[in-house]
Design a protein around this ligand. Structure first.
Ligand SMILES: N[C@@H](CCC(=O)N[C@@H](CS)C(=O)NCC(=O)O)C(=O)O
Length: 220
């Protein structure tokens, strides 16, 4: 989204899950720090014009902002951490049913096998079992409770607005918007029913997603 928003020319190399680690290692990328909850090597990563490779969205954003300052993604607002927290809190409640569909709906066979096997190690059960344990109607009820995770994200999307615009900071988009919208987009691409259900919970969600569509059109 940052590349599209800043209109930075780029080409994309799609990498299957089992190829991420060998690919990143061969490029000399430093592994993610332990304790993040992520695997050592994750997508996305970018190769800059000078050949340097940067992995992890939170590292990529400031590098792109420095190299291509206009239009700005307003990192000085420092909403990265609270927005990530609000997004992860919401996904932590309602993502489980959709997650179980990723292997059949979105991944090629090799990646699907890798995904199912690695998540089985992480969760100690299959993705279907995770969905049965953590997902379903109960999860949607929990999410929509007053003061719950839906409200938390909704407020995060509007309480820093400087004017009437649809974005987190008002009329100008920022990196914080892209964090939330990436999650919405992920839902939409993995399970349209759950996406629609999520969008109905707070009108600020679809308003932001629609406002960010121009930077989601190119996805290759
Ligand atoms: N917060 C990181 C996390 C990225 C992430 O978790 N990527 C997943 C794909 S959605 C991944 O590459 N996982 C590698 C694996 O499971 O081995 C970022 O935004 O760059």
């Amino acid at each position: 989204m940052i590349l599209n928003y800043k209109q930075i020319p780029y080409t994309t190399e799609f990498v299957e899950y089992p190829d991420l680690e060998p690919k990143m290692k061969a490029l000399g990328v430093q592994a993610n720090k332990p304790g993040t909850g992520w695997t050592d090597y994750t997508s996305p990563a970018i190769r800059l014009p000078d050949g340097e490779v940067v992995m992890n969205s939170a590292n990529i954003a400031p590098v792109l902002e420095k190299l291509y300052p206009k239009p700005s993604i307003q990192l000085e607002a420092e909403l990265h951490t609270p927005m990530t927290e609000a997004v992860e809190n919401l996904a932590g409640v309602v993502w489980w049913d959709t997650l179980a569909l990723v292997t059949t709906n979105n991944l090629a066979e090799r990646s699907a096998k890798y995904f199912e096997e690695t998540r089985k190690v992480t969760f100690g059960m299959t993705l279907k079992e995770v969905a049965a344990a953590k997902g379903g109607e109960e999860s949607w009820k929990t999410a929509a409770q007053p003061g719950g995770v839906v409200e938390q994200l909704g407020e995060m999307l509007s309480k820093h607005r400087k004017d009437e615009g649809p974005f987190t900071l008002g009329s100008e988009p920022s990196y914080a918007d892209f964090i939330a919208v990436s999650m919405f987009e992920c839902f939409e691409r993995c399970c349209i029913e759950d996406y629609q259900r999520l969008m109905k919970l707070d009108k600020r969600f679809p308003a932001l997603h629609e406002a960010c569509r121009p930077w989601l059109q190119r996805d290759d």
